[in-house]
Design a protein around this ligand. Structure first.
Ligand SMILES: Cc1ncc(COP(=O)(O)O)c(C=O)c1O
Length: 406
């Protein structure tokens, strides 16, 4: 049982909660959030220790069960997502594993998109199968396919919107209706949009999952994850599992992502505006075959994006370079990526430093060619997570490769 942290009025804006909510201030009165880097906590006496270990009295005992810095991050993120509570995990994948292990058992069925992050597909499709859980992968954008996949044993719908790397959306409200009609839960991976653009529970989702490694940290320093939702499900069921299973976030990493939340809104809005400018510009380059970005009018789900993502397209875009055969497409994509001198060739995203990747050989490299085709990840596809560099420098960086393609 962690203590309720700093007291704030209800109904403030997410930007205010981002810098003010859930401060665990010590008796020294420090202004910046303290980092409680400790594995255990000293108890006043045996009686009080017994009550704390039995969770009958608030207070800290051991960091695997609760820690003030981790609690600050959890409570602040929950405020921003508009959920009752959150639990923080070591990584985004640990958060997804936590959802799977606490909502599913042998014989249960999951419906998930066929174009999600590669490790999520592996986890739900292969690893969970060893425990008797069946997963159906359906088209991200075709609501009727999600509805048709429902079985009496369906317990969870898992969606990621927008997707990595093609920025396909799903309609959260419609998926929530399908899930609830089937007596199942809807979990949404909100790592790409963040609560600044999209708050899935407002559209009916039950659980919100984050890779805090992405936009929440925002400066590529640590790995982190979180699950947000109701007190009963997230603190009760998932928190209990987490405390026993030891999937919890370290205080140091929690402190980094807690500070990341403070600048999240500014970064996401600036990076989204830059991504829109870059995507618009790329659309007119002769060596670019297609641009995938929800902020563009040409995106098939532009209207949904504007409705669901606070009128913004997000910080990630993808584009297909021109070319014919898979070999030529791959060579052209490698050419453009390898000529950049400002962008970082690295798989992470959501960083203030722009990152550029070739999904078919990295994040989606472990999938079969068939799975890649189904996900629409072609050999010529390049993903860019737009950071805070000057736009002219980013354009010039991409032109080094685009203008020298044979
Ligand atoms: C959408 C999405 N969800 C989850 C993850 C996994 O997060 P982590 O790397 O923190 O485990 C990633 C990682 O790239 C991701 O892109």
């Amino acid at each position: 049982m962690s203590e309720p942290l700093s007291d704030l009025p209800e109904g403030l804006h997410p930007e205010t909660y981002a810098v003010r909510a859930a401060v665990a201030r010590s008796s020294f009165g420090e202004h910046s959030e303290a980092l409680y880097l400790t594995s255990s906590f000293v108890q006043h006496d045996c009686e009080s220790a017994a009550r704390r270990f039995a969770r009958q009295e608030p207070g800290y005992t051991y960091t695997r069960t609760a820690n003030p810095t981790v609690a600050s991050f959890e409570q602040r993120l929950a405020r921003m997502e508009g959920t009752e509570c959150a639990v923080a995990t070591t990584t985004g994948m640990a958060a997804i594993l936590l959802v799977a292990l606490t909502t599913l058992k042998a014989g249960d069925h999951v419906i998930a998109s066929q174009s999600m992050f590669g490790s999520t597909m592996k986890l739900l499709g292969s690893e969970m199968a060893r425990f008797g859980v069946e997963t159906s992968f359906v088209s991200q954008t075709d609501v009727s396919a999600w509805r048709a996949a429902v079985k009496p044993s369906t317990r969870l719908l898992f969606a990621e919107t927008p997707t990595n790397p093609l920025t396909d959306l799903c309609d959260i409200a419609q998926l929530a209706d399908i899930a609830h009609g089937a007596g199942a839960l809807l979990a949404v991976d909100n790592s790409f949009a963040s609560p600044v653009l999209q708050r899935p529970v407002e559209f009916g989702a039950d659980l919100v999952v984050h890779s805090g490694t992405k936009l929440i940290d925002g400066q590529g320093r640590v790995m982190a994850g979180a699950v947000c939702g109701t007190q009963k499900l997230v603190d009760g069921v998932m928190g209990t599992f987490l405390r026993s299973g030891g999937l919890n976030l370290s205080p140091f990493n929690a402190w980094v992502v807690l500070k990341g939340l403070e600048t999240l809104a500014l970064r996401v809005k600036a990076e989204s505006a830059a991504a829109l400018e870059l995507a618009t510009w790329l659309e007119s380059h002769p060596q670019v075959a297609a641009v995938h970005y929800p902020g563009l009018k040409s995106h098939p789900q532009h209207a949904l994006a504007m409705r669901q993502q606070s009128g913004m397209g997000g910080t990630v875009l993808a584009f297909d370079v021109a070319g014919h055969t898979p070999e030529q497409l791959r060579a052209n994509a490698f050419h453009v990526i390898d000529r950049t001198r400002v962008c970082s060739v690295t798989a992470n995203l959501g960083d203030v430093k722009t990152t550029i990747t070739h999904p078919a050989s990295t994040s989606h490299g472990r999938l079969t060619e068939e799975q890649r085709q189904a996900a629409g990840v072609k050999q010529g596809l390049i993903r860019i997570s737009v950071g805070l560099e000057h736009m002219d420098d980013l354009k010039a960086d991409l032109l080094r490769g685009l203008d020298t393609l044979a």
